[in-house]
Design a protein around this ligand. Structure first.
Ligand SMILES: Nc1ncnc2c1ncn2[C@@H]1O[C@H](COP(=O)(O)OP(=O)(O)OP(=O)(O)O)[C@@H](O)[C@H]1O
Length: 358
């Protein structure tokens, strides 16, 4: 297993990039701690695969270095990096049985037959394919073949890291949940450094200890699922994490108050330098009330499982509110805020409250 360090890393697919806009991956410094489980999360085209391919050695970065522990592997081929990879679509040998496919990476490394037998059995159990071990891969469904690919990715215990690129795309929803749980268990048991690329926030938040959120070629936040939810560092994180995402209202910030459209003011829990920006608050942290707070117009009420989603509007800006099921809504026309839950943004970035003036 290895700690993976990215130093001043950046990549452009153009031979002569003219500026930052020409970089698919903007400059990045980051250490992936040995034995941690990370998710790399972002919308399509934000640079996740580019970053993963640089770590795996499929792509040479146009700038910067990659270190595995203290060894510079920037110019090392994929085979020299001692990593396992699982891609979006299955990579299996059709003419081999499931058992032979799973055993292949271990045989290549010259492991003894007894170890291979036991390890293959264990992995087959984890991916739910014990009963199919002696079947040929040919003729299996795409779903089953992808489970074999996942199993092959996990079968070696001595890899520096396991890299997953959207590995559950072809897996049916129930099995997705099952495999994610198994991957987590495997991580706890063997402590591999794992990097898991996905555009699905549920996958990222349930799998990873740390989530690396990318937007437009840039890493905008690295944090625990809770940090991303409570204190999004960038407006994209607020919008992308959560369902629906964070509400943003334009505001004039000064000291401990935010002045909103129409002149209403809200108290903030911290102290801020004067700025034109926005306040951000999660739909889960708003509540409907009959007085106080801000006057809102309720546009629509949606039942979503165990709660209701209120689509409201304040001074022309949409405001989503999550309300508990069964809460009477008739006659409620104001929305209340818990000041401690409000984040302040200037431009796209969150600003932290200042230390209180003495
Ligand atoms: N081989 C390539 N040549 C030129 N541009 C590329 C190449 N591969 C990717 N890009 C561009 O680089 C940017 C980042 O792509 P990348 O595939 O890394 O994103 P991603 O987040 O993995 O997206 P997806 O989830 O759709 O795979 C995109 O604008 C993409 O069009």
């Amino acid at each position: 297993m290895a700690r993976i360090t990215l130093q001043n890393l950046a990549h452009s697919y153009l031979p002569h990039p003219a500026g930052e806009q020409d970089f698919a991956l903007k400059e990045l410094n980051h250490v992936w701690q040995d034995g941690s489980a990370y998710a790399l999360l972002g919308a399509s085209g934000c640079g996740k695969t580019t970053l993963l391919n640089i770590i795996s050695g499929l792509l040479r970065p146009s700038q910067g270095r990659v270190l595995f522990n203290d060894r510079d592997v920037t110019d090392a081929a994929t085979a020299e990096r001692n990593i396992a990879q699982v891609f979006q679509f299955p990579v299996v040998y059709d003419t081999m049985t499931v058992r032979q496919n799973l055993a292949f990476p271990l045989q290549n490394r010259g492991r003894d037959a007894a170890y291979i037998k036991a390890r293959v059995q264990e992995i087959a159990r984890i991916i739910g394919m014990e009963a199919a071990l002696d079947r040929r891969a040919q003729g299996l469904t795409a779903d089953a073949k992808q489970k074999i690919s996942l199993g092959r990715g996990m079968v070696r215990e001595d890899v520096n890291a396991i890299l997953f690129d959207e590995p559950l795309t072809v897996i049916d929803p129930h099995m997705k949940w099952e495999l994610r749980t198994q991957l987590k268990r495997l991580h706890r048991e063997f402590g591999h450094t794992m990097i898991y690329v996905t555009h699905d926030q549920t996958e990222a938040l349930t799998f990873a200890q740390q989530v690396v959120v990318m937007h437009d070629g840039r890493v905008v936040q690295i944090g625990t699922p809770q940090e991303l939810f409570e204190r999004p560092a960038h407006r994209f994180v607020g919008y992308f994490i959560g369902s629906p995402g964070m509400n943003f209202l334009p505001a004039e910030i000064a000291g401990s108050s935010a002045r909103l459209a129409g002149g209403a003011t809200l108290s903030l829990s911290g102290h801020y330098a004067p700025a034109t920006g926005a306040i951000g608050i999660r739909p889960e942290h708003l509540f409907l009330t009959d007085r106080g707070g801000l006057p809102v117009t309720i546009r629509r009420i949606e039942d979503v499982g165990r709660h209701r989603l209120i689509r409201a509007e304040f001074q022309g800006a949409p405001l989503n509110i999550v309300a508990p099921e069964g809460l009477p809504i008739d006659g409620l026309s104001h929305v209340g805020f818990d000041a401690r839950r409000i984040n302040v943004y200037v431009g796209d970035w969150r600003v932290a409250p200042q230390e209180k003036a003495a």
